[in-house]
Design a protein around this ligand. Structure first.
Ligand code: SF4
Length: 330
């Protein structure tokens, strides 16, 4: 089976210059630059589920929004199916918007609360001129609702989003995304607002759609247990940079980066007899310090002098396992 790259990010960066208030003062009157995402590189293969994990403010959501063209990169490029997204205009841009869909943490971001489920999905079909008549579009909508487990569809067509449970609402937002037959889905914390009891159902649905529709995902999460369940490969982000990247089982079972080890030490193990030593992370996430060197050095239990001066690069330390840390420099 040939491996095809569907998405490639080259030095992708999003910097925000803030010139008001204290930010101006911190920047010596010229403004202060926050590097939400800073020169990250990765490739996503067709059909895979690529995870982006990290704590709040790590840059994972901003990365997802750039991939969906909801944010413009400050530097770098995104290549989708061989085309630089910065070059898309007119019909090509509209076609891209059909091929790439987002599933949000909050389903209300894709479902208009004033529209019935039928009308929300119909709107997506109409925008992209899918289906030649109302009957044909209704048939597509019913099939899609069945596909996402909202069955029988007649029970859901005329309901408003607020009349659905959290799990049903997320299924409806997935239906709105997949009705356009996308090639790539950016799922941003899609189960973090859902009860644990229905979370597995949504994840299983996403995996089923991957095999039945050959859809590729980038799956953004702060939850490593969920990442382990669904992702083929996993990138760990911290302060706008990828710190570790590899096959999910390697990253979870044999973490190399100190930050990944700390994150993993806080994941609960469903075994009452198992006692894992929790590693406490000192200090707070801080955008002011660590502007020099490794951004993690103020909190890292393994930091040395080099860490305060040089930013480590992401290197392949083990086969297909990349880490940005001076501990592995050679
Ligand atoms: Fe810790 Fe230094 Fe590695 Fe950064 S480069 S994670 S500070 S050991």
């Amino acid at each position: 089976m040939s491996i095809e790259i569907i998405v490639k990010a080259n030095n992708l960066s999003k910097h925000y210059m803030i010139k008001k208030g204290i930010w101006s003062f911190l920047g010596g009157g010229k403004g202060f630059t926050i590097k939400a995402v800073d020169q990250i590189n990765f490739e996503i293969m067709r059909g895979e589920i690529f995870g982006l994990a990290g704590e709040s403010g790590s840059g994972k959501t901003t990365t997802g929004r750039m991939l969906a063209l909801l944010e413009k990169p400050t530097y770098g490029s995104i290549i989708f199916e061989g085309t630089d997204l910065a070059s898309l205009k007119g019909k090509e841009l509209k076609h891209f918007r059909r091929k790439v869909q987002m599933i949000f943490q909050d389903p209300y971001e894709s479902l208009d609360p004033r529209l019935k489920i039928y009308d929300s999905i119909y709107e997506a079909l109409a925008i992209h001129s899918i289906g030649s008549s109302k009957q044909e579009r209704t048939k597509i909508i019913k099939e899609t609702l069945e596909n996402v487990g909202l069955s029988p569809p007649e029970e859901f067509l005329n309901r408003y989003p607020h009349e659905l449970s959290g799990g049903q609402r997320q299924r409806a937002s997935i239906a709105r995304a997949i009705v356009l037959k996308p090639k790539f889905i950016i799922a941003d914390e899609p189960v973090s607002m859902i009860d644990t009891s229905v979370c597995a159902g949504i994840l299983n649905l996403m995996m089923k759609l991957r095999s039945t529709m050959n859809v590729t995902y980038i799956f953004i999460t702060h939850d490593l247990a969920i990442a382990r369940y669904i992702c083929d490969r996993l990138a760990i982000m911290y302060q706008g940079k990828i710190r570790e990247l590899g096959h999910t089982e390697d990253v979870i079972n044999k973490p190399l980066h100190p930050y990944t080890k700390i994150l993993l030490s806080s994941v609960p193990i469903p075994d009452p007899g198992f006692k894992r030593q929790r590693i406490r992370i000192p200090g707070e996430w801080d955008i002011f310090y660590n502007q020099m060197g490794c951004k993690f050095h103020g909190r890292c239990p393994n930091a040395n002098e080099k860490c305060t001066k040089e930013e480590p690069e992401l290197r392949e330390i083990l086969p297909e396992h990349w880490v940005a840390c001076h501990l592995y420099a050679f």
